[in-house]
Design a protein. Structure first.
Length: 218
């Protein structure tokens, strides 16, 4: 059984993949923060349907959180095979960096959202974190190797059943599911990113002009 830490809003209590919940913020499972968490879980589970989720709730009303809360969530994620943090903080935080280092030292895979526009965000910008942005070339189950200063990979940025939620968050969740599907039965998780880089359908950044002029390869 794959145990994945979902750092996000609260999943509904009857979500079939929910193993346990850690409340760091009083999020509402029926509010926008719950809808966001549900979308992230759906994107992740599409590639790894047998995963069990530890839902670490960092979003309160209005999808708000803090660096301290995200750092505490990363600390609480110890023991998970993979951590998904489909959000980003603008400020580099020492406690968050230390929590990332502690997870990476155990071989835990960490996937985080890295928006295509704006400055660096954390935890995606920390060493040892797989940073993912949306890539319009990618459909479900496919990914790109970007090697950009702010993003390692691109993945599908849309989710059919959740039309109001998209972008880097969905891409990170989709890619986390792909990573999780590769982790099963692997003793050392550190080589997963390198293997996925070699097998990416697309190599290099997305060229929107070219993408609009001709269909994407299949």
């Amino acid at each position: 059984m794959m145990r994945i830490a979902l750092i996000d809003g609260p999943l509904r209590a009857d979500h079939p993949a929910l193993d346990r919940r850690i409340l760091l913020r009083p999020g509402n499972a029926d509010g926008p923060e719950g809808a966001h968490a549900g979308a992230m879980a759906a994107a992740l589970l599409a590639s790894c349907p047998d995963a069990r989720l530890t839902n670490i709730v960092v979003f309160g009303p209005g999808l708000t959180t803090s660096a301290d809360c995200v750092a505490a969530a990363l600390e609480a994620a110890q023991g998970a095979a993979l951590v998904l943090c489909a959000l980003g903080m603008a400020r580099r935080d020492a406690a968050m960096a230390a929590a990332v280092d502690a997870l990476a030292a155990t071989g835990t895979a960490i996937v985080a959202a890295a928006p295509a526009r704006g400055g660096l965000v954390y935890p995606a910008a920390f060493d040892g974190v797989i940073a993912v942005q949306g890539d319009a070339r990618c459909g479900p189950g496919t990914w790109s190797r970007l090697d950009l200063p702010h993003a390692d990979f691109g993945a599908c940025p849309v989710l059919a059943d959740h039309p109001g939620i998209g972008g880097a968050s969905v891409a990170a969740a989709c890619f986390a599911g792909i990573v999780a599907s590769q982790l099963a039965g692997v003793a050392d998780h550190r080589g997963i990113a390198e293997a996925l880089a070699c097998t990416a359908r697309y190599q290099g950044r997305e060229c929107r002009t070219a993408a609009m002029a001709s269909p994407a390869p299949r």
